[in-house]
Design a protein around this ligand. Structure first.
Ligand SMILES: Nc1ncnc2c1ncn2[C@@H]1O[C@H](COP(=O)(O)OP(=O)(O)OP(=O)(O)O)[C@@H](O)[C@H]1O
Ligand SMILES: [Mg+2]
Length: 370
């Protein structure tokens, strides 16, 4: 033991260690009330110690969450239990991915100690990569439907148009109905066909500023005519290693969602770019890692993504809109994934924030190092 630790009383030393820990530590009593929090826990919950201590844990975390399951198990069997990569709504319902460890406090029957360890950004991002399986299923389904549905549908449409000449004027709306509905189904199948894999993407140096400005112009002259755009671009950003047209598709889908979410009057969308140092992500099912220094953010002042949608956002066919196909974000996740990048959603105090992280083009070897 060093000279400096010898003079610090044991209790004070323990407090110092708990204060210095990067993991959130909570002590919970038999009635599931919080009786102690360390500074890291205060930060995770976004509230002070005075606000947290003596409060029922259920005020902070939903009582049907994984944390309560673990605590009940510890109280029942008396052993420590852990769970990894659990999504918990913590600070003002922001969902955080954490590793959870719960152990009994031997000296205080019924009490337990909860350690919440936030997963690293890289771990969180890897978590996003699992959405890619869904996109693959859509690609397969799209190819089948193109063959089995689209071809017969064009026959039905053609037959309806032929009939139009022989039926009375009163019945023309029925023919129109057949044509409109077949067009709608064909358009849906066309969108599913966009998921098809056409081999590795054609990588070039892409100026992301130009991509975003192109998307902004398209939006302003079409679906987002009444929306006010704010742009903050980092002028020193390197070029992205990617396919320009596909990246346009990504940001067009994100901006369209934002435009559909903002209020009719006073709608605002923010586009921004920044350089992120030292963010490496492991490629799924591989030991390779890729650096993602280019961050693009799309923010809006709509209501944000509803609680029940958050965990399923990037899955295909998930939509809260009456005429939505729920394919936009799934396609975004697929294209970003094909680029080796990641897309994530973050709730804000006001509105939604989507963050896309992409690799940079490296001129040294004609392509990025990966
Ligand atoms: N900026 C946003 N604000 C609030 N909710 C959003 C936002 N972006 C996406 N969502 C939610 O995510 C769902 C899925 O989005 P996605 O783009 O995949 O499908 P969609 O917009 O419903 O349909 P499609 O894009 O096929 O027309 C939306 O229905 C909506 O509930
Ligand atoms: Mg959409």
């Amino acid at each position: 033991m060093s000279a400096s630790t010898e003079v610090v009383p044991a209790l004070l030393l323990e407090r110092m260690i708990l204060s210095a820990m990067a993991s959130g530590v909570l002590a919970i009593d038999g009635e599931l009330r919080v009786v102690f929090v360390n500074p890291a826990a205060e930060q995770l919950f976004g509230a002070s110690r005075a606000m947290l201590e003596q409060r029922p844990l259920a005020d902070l975390v939903p009582d049907d969450s994984a944390l309560f399951d673990l605590i009940r198990r510890v109280q029942l069997v008396g052993n420590s239990v852990s769970d990894y990569g659990v999504e918990l709504p913590l600070n003002r319902s922001v969902r955080r991915l954490v590793d959870l460890h719960v152990s009994p406090l031997a000296e205080r029957p019924g009490h337990c100690l909860v350690v919440l360890h936030p997963c690293s950004v890289a771990h969180r991002l890897n978590h996003q990569l699992i959405h890619r399986g869904g996109a693959r299923s859509v690609a397969g389904l799209g190819a089948t439907l193109a063959h089995e549905v689209k071809n017969p549908l064009s026959g039905i449409r053609g037959a309806a148009q032929l009939l139009e000449q022989g039926v009375s004027r009163d019945e023309h709306p029925l023919i129109r109905l057949i044509c409109d509905e077949t067009d709608r189904i064909c358009a849906l199948v066309d969108r599913m066909e966009e998921f098809a894999d056409h081999g590795p993407i054609e990588r070039r140096p892409v100026n992301i500023y130009q991509v975003l400005e192109h998307v902004r112009r398209l939006a302003e002259s079409g679906f987002a005519r009444k929306v006010h755009f704010q742009a903050h671009y980092d002028p020193s950003l390197p070029e992205v290693d990617g396919d320009r047209d596909q990246l346009v598709q990504v940001f067009l889908n994100l901006v369209k969602n934002a435009a559909e979410a903002v209020p009719r009057d006073g709608g605002e969308i923010g586009l921004s770019t920044q350089y992120t140092h030292g963010l490496w992500v492991r490629i799924a099912n591989s030991s390779e890692r890729v650096e993602l220094p280019i961050t693009v953010q799309i923010e809006d002042n709509g209501p944000g993504v509803s609680e029940e949608m958050v965990g399923h956002l990037f899955e295909p066919f998930v939509s809260s809109k009456r005429s939505g196909s729920g394919l936009g974000l799934s396609l975004v996740a697929k294209i970003v994934g094909d680029h080796g990048g990641v897309v994530e959603y973050a709730r804000q105090a006001r509105g939604a924030l989507f963050r896309v992280r992409l690799p940079a083009w490296r001129a040294s070897n004609g392509s990025s190092e990966r």
